[in-house]
Design a binder for this molecule. Structure first.
Ligand SMILES: *Cc1c(COP(=O)(O)O)cnc(C)c1O
Length: 370
């Protein structure tokens, strides 16, 4: 390969939509309506229609989407919030920012999502909410999760930050919980050109709480009903997102084709490949495989110009910031997984040549070291 293959190549995508995105950005510049302008409202409507919720509300990031959702759903200091230990650290961080206590549950080793059968034993009298994470772009098993939530009167907030367009039994991720958090961090399946996020919800109480919280608890310009936050989505990001949204399903289809190509050419090696669960529409935010030779394979691929990476090297309960809080309970399935997982380059614009090279390198590795 002439140049390295990145884990995600943002430039390759920008070049395919440069005209539209540049035009959209210039329209915002001309309007000088930079915060909460018409571009934000237009994107919110388009995204709510796409996901299938009453509303979508732009916020500053996926992390603020989780944080504000927790507050809007009535999670209070001291409440316990159950979540999957295997996620980006922001899931636990948002729970802690709300003053609540994260309770980590181990994963299902096939999907890497929360093991729903272990949620009940994590419940206590203080449990207020569950945050299932649709990790790597595949929905968590929402039926049993919603059933437990209903039986115990718990709030459900989906962490859909990796799951734009993913489905569970025909419905989009982001439609199941009281609220759902999306991130538009540039490398996400729908990414802005800076930080951004959104909350989807069909619950009017939650929606009006978020509208207040994201914008300084405003009732009108300088009258504040409560303490809120400065966590709005800016107009330039909204304009970029609105220009990109019509391409999302097509980009997802390309990701799914690349996953198929990986699968067809990597099966039979000492690798566990990602598996799409029946009823789920995996959107392959990340293509994560698993091997006992992980460390060697990672080094080999990186030395050969392939931007393989780890998502994540540690589960949340193993993070230094969490251990400091006194978490000691082992969650062995996730702990073992973090030693064996490896993410291969995955983005819609990956070429056949690039895929061929990555596959050829992996096969060469197993011939030599396997
Ligand atoms: C990216 C991500 C977040 C945080 O989103 P930001 O926009 O980076 O704040 C939260 N949870 C998961 C699972 C993520 O992948």
């Amino acid at each position: 390969m002439e140049s390295d293959i990145l884990l995600v190549d943002l430039k390759a995508q920008y070049l395919t939509i440069k005209n539209e995105v540049d035009t959209a950005i210039h329209k915002v510049l001309d309007s000088v309506s930079f915060v909460m302008g018409p571009a934000v409202a237009e994107f919110e409507t388009a995204f709510a229609n796409y996901i299938g919720t009453k509303e979508a509300l732009g916020v500053g990031s996926g992390t603020s989407a989780l944080h504000l959702s927790l507050l809007a759903c009535g999670v209070e200091p001291g409440d316990e919030v159950i979540t999957s230990t295997l996620s980006f650290f922001a899931t636990a961080e948002a729970i802690l920012q709300a003053g609540a206590v994260p309770v980590f549950v181990d994963i299902n080793p096939e999907t890497y999502n929360i093991d729903a059968s272990q949620i009940e034993s994590a419940l206590s009298s203080k449990t207020k909410a569950i945050i299932p994470v649709h990790l790597y772009g595949q929905s968590a098993d929402m039926d049993p999760i919603m059933k437990i939530a209903k039986a115990h009167n718990l709030v459900v907030i989906e962490d859909a930050c990796q799951a734009h367009g993913a489905k569970y039994k025909g419905k989009h991720c982001g439609t199941f919980g009281n609220a759902a958090a999306f991130s538009f961090y540039p490398g996400k399946n729908l990414g802005s050109y800076g930080d951004g996020g959104a909350i989807t919800s069909s619950d009017s109480t939650v929606i009006s709480r978020i509208k207040s919280l994201r914008d300084h608890g405003r009732q009108s310009k300088y009258i504040h009903d409560e303490m809120g936050y400065g966590e709005r989505l800016d107009s330039i990001q909204a304009a970029v997102l609105k220009a990109k949204l019509p391409y999302l399903d097509c980009w997802t289809e390309l990701r799914r084709q690349h996953a198929k190509t990986y699968e067809n050419h990597l099966k039979g090696l000492e690798l566990v490949l990602p598996r799409e669960t029946e009823g789920c529409n995996h959107v392959y935010h990340l293509y994560v495989l698993r091997t006992p030779h992980r460390d060697k394979l990672l080094r080999y691929l990186n030395e050969n110009g392939v931007g393989a990476a780890l998502h994540y090297p540690l589960s949340q309960h193993e993070q230094p910031a969490i251990k400091k809080l006194g978490y000691t309970k082992p969650l062995p399935i996730a702990e073992q997984a973090t030693k064996e997982i490896l993410s291969l380059p995955m983005y819609p614009e990956l070429t056949e040549n690039q895929l061929g090279y990555i596959i050829e390198r992996i096969r060469a590795f197993f011939k030599t070291y396997g």
